[in-house]
Design a binder for this molecule. Structure first.
Ligand SMILES: NC(=O)c1ccc[n+]([C@@H]2O[C@H](COP(=O)([O-])OP(=O)(O)OC[C@H]3O[C@@H](n4cnc5c(N)ncnc54)[C@H](OP(=O)(O)O)[C@@H]3O)[C@@H](O)[C@H]2O)c1
Length: 214
């Protein structure tokens, strides 16, 4: 199974870094194009290639690592997904300009983190996300911890836990293999409606909580 990564920022680059550490291959893309990724792919070595969004999206397993507000532009106009696996690494938050009134809004509990929750009207995030990738098998994963820990799977004499959830058992099994291959202890939280909600930021009860399997 080959892997594509759409988004080369904090999440996309650190997943690529985690894959590269284990000699795993991926094609990574962003909106500025492959040339802008020259320094990253040089740092990560021969297994990580820079590509276009279309090339990354053509992989068997595609991680979407763009900001929520960019989903439409990043995923619009791509060829049919035809049952391929898409990892939803996103969270429904808006990144705030530090000088904006929102960033200083005392009613925003996330202002200190420079983000604001996006109101999904009671829907869970992967329920909305999958509308951007019709026909794909969506697995929610890699979204619930600080990206810096992706390359630190071994910790305190144990393995860091990565949650994942999805509605297709075979797709989940493939994503589980990736989480295990990068050294983490993968825990299946069930369906997107249950597990996705539990681990989605900002307010899922399991989000941003580090568990260690000892
Ligand atoms: N940061 C975290 O700790 C963290 C942890 C877990 C989950 N997440 C989630 O991961 C997602 C990405 O967050 P991030 O912190 O990695 O954001 P980021 O650092 O701002 O990176 C966003 C990436 O998306 C790319 N992008 C934007 N529009 C695009 C388009 N139309 N086509 C292709 N690529 C496009 C950008 O391309 P350019 O580089 O060319 O601008 C950039 O590489 C968000 O949904 C976030 O909630 C973040």
């Amino acid at each position: 199974m080959n892997i594509g990564i759409i988004g080369s920022g904090a999440l996309g680059a650190n997943v690529a870094r985690a894959l590269a550490r284990k000699g795993l291959s991926a094609t990574i893309a962003n909106q500025r194009g492959p040339a802008s990724l020259a320094a990253l792919v040089e740092e990560l070595g021969p297994t990580i290639k820079a590509g276009t969004v279309a090339q990354a999206a053509a992989a068997d397993i595609v991680l979407v690592a763009v900001r929520w507000v960019d989903l439409g532009r990043a995923l619009g106009g791509l060829p049919a997904w035809n049952g391929r696996i898409v990892i939803d690494g996103t969270n429904p938050v808006e990144f705030l300009d530090p000088d904006s009134p929102d960033a200083k809004d005392p009613s925003n509990p996330l202002a200190a983190y420079g983000i604001k929750a996006i109101d999904l009207q009671g829907r869970y995030s992967s329920e909305v996300f999958r509308e951007f990738v019709p026909g794909a098998r969506v697995v929610k994963a890699l979204n619930h911890l600080d990206v810096k820990v992706l390359t630190q799977p071994e910790v305190s004499g144990g393995q860091r836990v990565q949650f994942y959830s999805g509605d297709d058992a075979e797709a989940k099994a493939e994503v589980r293999k990736i989480l295990e291959a990068i050294g983490h202890f993968a825990v299946d939280l069930g369906s997107l409606a249950v597990g996705g909600r539990l681990a989605e930021l900002p307010f899922g009860p399991l989000a941003a909580t580090n568990f260690i399997k000892i």
